[in-house]
Ligand binder design. Structure first.
Ligand SMILES: C[S@@+](CC[C@H](N)C(=O)[O-])C[C@H]1O[C@@H](n2cnc3c(N)ncnc32)[C@H](O)[C@@H]1O
Length: 247
């Protein structure tokens, strides 16, 4: 069942109102009162005096001031940590679901000289099925400028950007192995396609991390079904993500 059934109205609203105001509106009038204080506050990253977390908080402030990043602080830190901790695992890094490059920049700041492959349609979500409509998702939502992303990440080496619907755009990396893959594609079909492509190409110890596992039924279904007969457990994080480490 859809939380907000009038998809057309939402689409018009999203089109005319800048998305930072959409987020504030949803937080004030939907997330806080309907979903509760704990859920609304879950994104804060405590540093407990830890130097790496403090340093990351400064990086995150900088990225948030430069672009629109569609993840919470604690989720951003998970990406940062997964990139750092998989440095010892052989293989490249990939992200599907780049949007304006905010999460890609988190990866760039942590990756050193590992190759990073970024995939997005840059024309927004390619296909939205009934299972995905619990959130106001629609075809074309989250379209972004490829040129601006290229410009935004221009100072980082070994970054390749592929435009189009994944996995059709995966040909150039079909012979690569991966140490870390970040998925943020919102829908069941895209998530399933990404898992089918990347899972056999993950090095042992490599990590697949996905946004929206907890709150988006299509993403959850794709992971739960894909890993049902596989040895790896799907680990839900304290935010909306899930992660799998390849055995
Ligand atoms: C929520 S946005 C990503 C947000 C970004 N990771 C961030 O943190 O700011 C989702 C993106 O997934 C992309 N996407 C979804 N399915 C895709 C597919 N099959 N191939 C390529 N891009 C896809 C959309 O174009 C959209 O830009």
């Amino acid at each position: 069942m859809s939380l907000i059934p009038r998809k057309d109205l939402i689409q018009v609203f999203d089109t005319v109102v800048p998305s930072r105001y959409v987020s504030r509106f949803r937080k004030a009038f939907i997330i806080d009162p309907v979903m509760g204080y704990d859920v609304a506050m879950r994104g804060r990253l405590s540093h407990y005096g830890d130097a790496e977390r403090r340093e990351f908080q400064a990086i995150l402030r900088e990225i948030r001031s430069e672009t629109e990043l569609l993840i919470e602080d604690i989720e951003a830190y998970f990406i940062h940590m997964a990139v750092k901790r998989t440095a010892k695992v052989p293989g490249d890094i990939a992200e599907v679901g780049v949007y304006r490059g905010g999460s890609a920049k988190i990866i760039c700041r942590a990756k050193g000289d590992r190759p990073l492959h970024l995939f997005d349609t840059f024309e927004g979500l390619p296909r939205v099925d009934e299972i995905d409509s619990v959130w106001p998702f629609y075809e074309g939502k989250f379209s972004a400028s490829e040129d601006l992303v290229r410009e935004y990440l221009r100072d980082f080496s070994q970054v390749s950007i592929y435009r189009g619907i994944f996995p059709a755009t995966g040909m150039p990396v079909q012979d690569r192995q991966f140490s870390f893959v970040n998925l943020d594609v919102d829908t069941h079909r895209s998530t399933r396609d990404c898992l089918e492509f990347f899972y056999p190409r993950m090095s042992p110890g490599g990590i697949i991390l996905s946004h929206d596992y907890v709150n988006t039924p299509g993403v959850r279904k794709a992971f739960d079904e894909f890993f049902l007969e596989k040895p790896e457990p799907v680990l839900e994080t304290a935010a909306s993500q899930c992660m799998v480490a390849k055995v």
